[in-house]
Design a protein around this ligand. Structure first.
Ligand code: GLU
Length: 493
């Protein structure tokens, strides 16, 4: 069905018009998975022929984002390859030559209509309730007239001579045959007056010259596909296999937009999603694993990926599911690895210096694993662990004093705790536990009544990792100092 008998060459062909969108990342991923699953080649091609929408930093962002996701290209910018260049603005001669060829073979023609004329035409058509589109005025200009206008330097574009009747069938491996009536298709532009090709021409020429076997892209390109099929025919080339991935919708049904949350890959990265989790999540936007398993690593996806298991119904983007998967992948990390991934976030929030010293790295490797169970986003780490890094603890008496206890009683518990902790030379978890449990017994109080004031005194918070490990990691001197301060706060009340 998916025609994987020929050698697989696929491409991700973003237009550098902004930061990489999460939906485009899904397209890139499906191409990579398909390539890897079939021992194929994954190509990155930059489609920068729309100069009005060109955004300078976009290309860097695309490359960085793909690398961060682990979706490395085998051919493309920075890597090279036999069929480059891989940036379309560096291939203008190739497109010109191909457009000329179509003019020579009668499949395309020069059009000299001005933007003003086209504008008026569109308005008139709209006012008359007719479909808008080019009226083919220049389609049959006599050859001498075309020569003359070209010689005079009148600006022109090259348009495709759309068949006026019949239908074009697009074979999509996911959707089957899709039929387009030719008379409803426009004589679309191939070469613009600025000397740049349109997406349609450049995409077909490059897919052919780059020997692309399968075009896997978002479903918003379905309506372009009959144009591509006709272009392949006009050139006398075989078209690649096409697969249009299902649309990605928000949970409320519409297109995913800023309103729903992050949409650019870099935003997800900054929020502290793991690339492993994003890749896992994106794979499930349109594909299901054979056994229905949802938590997958990259190799598992590669070994079970096929276009047969890609659906056509809309894929719903659930931020909750992504958060859940992120938590799952965080918990799967080796503790040191998890700690190291937290470091950039701790640095960003000023809790660790940049570059981190080896002592800081060692300390983070003690602290972060205590929170690994509870962190959902790496960026949570600073809020959750601030008290490990800074001694400026805010002591809120309403948190320090447990229910059914007075301020005085709490202060007294803390004073007793301080006393025993001062005398404790071995600040290991087990020594702390033995000592504090016997303190609870000797005071005749509940565990909570003793442990909670200590916890809040040392961390400022009621929700922390286990008390003994927390005290152990923070260390004796800092623990004692914080308890002294808490006692003072209660006394000053
Ligand atoms: N440059 C197009 C884009 O921005 C590529 C579409 C295609 O894959 O053919 O998505």
């Amino acid at each position: 069905m998916s025609g994987v008998d020929k050698s697989v060459r696929v491409r991700f062909a973003p237009s550098p018009t902004g930061y990489l969108h999460i939906g485009s990342a899904r397209t890139a991923l499906f191409n990579v998975l398909f390539a890897r699953a079939n021992n194929g080649t994954f190509i990155l091609r930059i489609e920068d022929t729309d100069r009005n929408r060109y955004v300078e930093e976009s290309m860097e962002d695309i490359k960085e984002s793909l690398s961060w996701l682990g979706l490395m290209w085998d051919e493309g910018p920075g890597v090279g390859g036999d069929v480059g260049p891989y940036i379309q603005s560096e291939r203008l001669d190739i497109y010109k030559e191909h457009a000329d060829r179509l003019v020579e073979t009668g499949h395309a023609y020069y059009c000299f209509c001005t933007p003003d004329r086209l504008d008026e035409l569109r308005k008139a058509q709209a006012a008359a309730g007719e479909p808008t589109g080019y009226d083919r005025r220049c389609r049959d200009l006599p050859e001498e007239e075309v020569r003359r206008l070209l010689d005079e330097g009148v600006p022109s574009v090259i348009r495709f001579k759309m068949p006026l009747e019949g239908a074009t069938i697009v074979e999509d491996v996911l959707r089957g045959k899709i039929r387009f009536e030719n008379r409803l298709l426009d004589d679309f532009v191939l070469m613009k007056s600025d000397g740049y090709p349109t997406y349609q021409l450049a995409s077909v020429v490059d897919d052919h010259l780059m020997k692309i076997s399968h075009v896997i892209r978002g479903d918003e390109w379905i309506n372009s596909s009959p144009k591509h099929v006709l272009l392949y025919k006009a050139f006398g080339w075989e078209a690649p296999v096409m697969a249009h991935l299902p649309v990605i919708l928000s949970q409320s049904g519409g297109k995913l937009s800023k309103r729903h949350g992050a949409t650019q890959l870099r935003e997800f990265r900054e929020k502290g999603y793991l690339p492993e989790a994003l890749v896992n999540f994106l794979a499930l936007l349109g594909w299901t694993s054979p056994d229905g398993e949802e938590v997958l690593d990259f190799d598992q996806m590669v070994s079970s990926f096929s276009l047969e298991r890609v659906g056509t119904s809309p894929a719903v983007f659930s931020y909750d599911k992504l958060d859940w998967l992120n938590g799952v992948h965080i918990r799967r990390l080796d503790p040191d690895e998890f700690s190291d991934r937290c470091i950039p976030f701790l640095q960003r929030d000023g809790l660790v210096s940049n570059p981190a010293t080896s002592e800081e790295v060692a300390y983070v490797r003690k602290v972060a694993p205590l929170l690994q169970e509870r962190v959902k986003l790496l960026s949570d780490i600073s809020d959750m662990s601030g008290y490990f890094f800074t001694d400026e603890i805010t002591h809120d008496p309403s948190l320090l004093v447990p229910r059914k206890m007075s301020k005085e009683e709490t202060a007294s518990v803390l004073r007793k705790s301080l006393e025993v902790l001062e005398g404790l030379d071995d600040f290991s978890e087990s020594a702390l536990e033995t000592m504090l449990r016997s303190l609870v017994d000797s005071l005749g109080l509940g565990t909570r009544q003793v442990f909670m004031p200590i916890r809040v005194a040392v961390t400022g918070s009621t929700a922390t990792p286990g008390l003994f490990e927390t005290l152990h990691v923070i260390g004796k001197e800092r623990v004692l100092e914080r308890i002294r301060k808490a006692i003072q706060v209660l006394q000053e009340q």
